[in-house]
Design a binder for this molecule. Structure first.
Ligand SMILES: Cc1cc2nc3c(=O)[nH]c(=O)nc-3n(C[C@H](O)[C@H](O)[C@H](O)COP(=O)(O)OP(=O)(O)OC[C@H]3O[C@@H](n4cnc5c(N)ncnc54)[C@H](O)[C@@H]3O)c2cc1C
Length: 475
């Protein structure tokens, strides 16, 4: 075996690529370097483990190191790639014993992103978390539960037991501060509330979940408040403050100070691309790696996928960076197939996402923001409607808010958002499919969607929104 496919990063994108390559080309040598202990872990499930809805942290793992080995993947944990040399076709790898050079025939950069916590001072304090790593997730849950449960979390294989026990030994927190009202912040509000904490969520903009549009943001804030969460909009957290043991004790914000003993900072992520410095691999404006439709970078045989890479946006046709789970899995899988000899495009993105705030579900796709639509050369018009989720007489019918945005010149649908309590989020997939196929609002209005009282009214809420928006476009 002389043509190794080398992968940097052992999670969604990296292991999807490695598995697909081995399946398509069982003789290919596939080496995956992962800097940490954990591989193939579901970051998306972390808030639900903290909440207690997912019982066992190992349920968040989809491929164990043993299962990877059975697939013929040479998976090396605690190996950090520190440098890439596309001229020599080698990567430099650091492990406990030192550094070595690994040659590659094809290289995939699947190094993901990391949570941002700066420029807020105090994020290093004990009790202040970002939610991106499994050990932080384990420690946070151990902080919230009783001693016996904390010990059972600390004893799980791969968990940093010492770190987790530190939190298990502390008195459980009573007040939680969440910095950031994006999807991590909203999911964590629900998680903390499940442990009966006094929960405060701080958001600098004037609405929660900005990418989901105004209507969804308002409904999310309303739902959080109904569940006892104090939502501080247009409030900037300036510092996390510690006591003399460097335990978090307060949050200072531009409207005052809150005593708090646990905080989660969810203010965005940044792609892990520093180790590419000097490699001449081009980065896009977002700082993520620039790639073509096959996930290939400007350097021969160097690919990138997942949270560290840009993708082409289905609406604008331009490169964009929207780090999400399916994008990582799908691009990784396509690249695995390409390097195995059968070229497969990584696909476009529409930024399709869903989030739950207690019983409220929100979904979004495409471009809703009018400034962004203008910048992309469209003339955007939006309408928001509220319609029933089922026939009015059928139990479970719930108000569903749908926003659709279209280009007034062509009638093409540009984006959509949905919020409601009855399977609202998943309805966004209809809109996402329409966007990818460049459907007009009139074409959406004529879609043959399913109707039966337990599932939908005769006019699905998406059809109602299309009908109203078409009327506006024709006025
Ligand atoms: C709390 C939370 C909730 C989320 N919820 C959702 C959701 O509901 N829906 C959704 O679509 N997405 C969600 N996401 C995003 C989703 O989890 C990511 O898009 C996905 O994990 C990206 O996969 P990836 O393989 O690109 O990167 P990662 O999962 O970040 O994996 C990259 C790996 O590379 C390793 N690595 C980095 N640098 C090096 C190096 N130099 N050498 C060796 N190894 C290295 C890292 O240790 C890491 O294990 C969520 C994320 C978080 C944090």
């Amino acid at each position: 075996m002389t043509d190794p496919f080398v992968v940097v990063g052992g999670d969604a994108a990296g292991l999807s690529a490695a598995s697909k390559c081995r399946r398509e080309d069982p003789d290919r040598e596939v080496v995956v370097f992962e800097q940490g202990d954990w591989v193939s872990y579901a970051q998306c499930g972390m808030p639900y483990f903290v909440k207690g809805e997912v019982d066992d942290i190992t349920d968040l793992l989809s491929l164990s190191p043993e299962a990877a080995a059975e697939r013929g993947i040479d998976l090396r944990r605690r190996h950090e790639v520190t440098r890439v040399d596309p001229d020599e076709k080698t990567v430099t790898v650091r492990n406990e014993s030192g550094t070595f050079e690994q040659p590659y025939a094809d290289l995939l950069v699947a190094s993901g992103a990391r949570a941002l916590s700066t420029p807020i001072p105090g994020t290093e304090l004990s009790g202040a978390f970002t939610l991106h790593h499994m050990d932080d997730t384990a420690a946070l849950r151990a902080f919230l539960v009783d001693d016996a449960e904390a010990e059972s979390i600390a004893s799980v294989e791969y968990v940093d037991g010492e770190y987790v026990r530190e939190y298990g030994a502390r008195d459980p927190p009573e007040t939680a501060a969440i910095v950031g009202g994006g999807y991590v912040g909203v999911e964590m509000a629900e998680a903390f509330a499940a442990h009966d904490l006094d929960v405060h969520l701080f958001q600098r903009p004037d609405q929660l979940l900005p990418p989901f549009g105004e209507a969804a943001g308002e409904r999310a804030a309303e739902t959080l408040r109904e569940h006892g969460v104090t939502v501080h909009l247009q409030t900037e957290v300036e510092a996390l403050v510690g006591d003399d043991r460097d335990h978090l004790m307060a949050v200072e914000h531009d409207d005052g100070r809150l005593q708090a003993d646990v905080a989660v900072v969810g203010v965005g992520v940044r792609p892990n691309t520093e180790f590419l410095a000097g490699s001449d691999v081009d980065l896009g404006p977002s700082g993520a790696v620039a790639v073509d439709e096959f996930g290939q970078t400007n350097r021969e045989a160097v690919f990138a996928a997942g949270d560290c890479a840009e993708m082409r946006h289905a609406v604008t046709g331009e490169a964009d960076w929207v780090p999400l789970g399916l994008t990582a899995n799908r691009a990784g899988r396509a690249i695995g197939q390409t390097v195995a000899g059968d070229r497969e495009p990584v696909g476009d993105i529409a930024g399709t996402a869903a989030v739950k705030a207690f019983e409220l579900e929100c979904g979004r796709t495409g471009i809703l923001d009018h400034d962004r639509a203008w910048d992309a050369g469209f003339d955007p018009v939006s309408e928001t409607v509220t319609a029933g989720s089922r026939s009015g007489y059928y139990p479970g019918n719930a108000e569903t808010t749908v926003t659709l945005t279209a280009d007034s010149q062509s009638g093409r649908l540009l984006g959509g958002a949905i919020a409601g309590e009855d399977r609202a989020a998943i309805r966004i997939d209809t809109v996402a499919t329409a966007i990818e196929h460049e459907a007009t609002v009139a074409e959406i209005e004529r879609l043959d969607l399913a109707y039966a009282p337990p599932f939908s009214p005769v006019w699905d809420p998406v059809l109602v929104a299309a009908k109203v928006l078409r009327g506006t476009l024709e006025d």
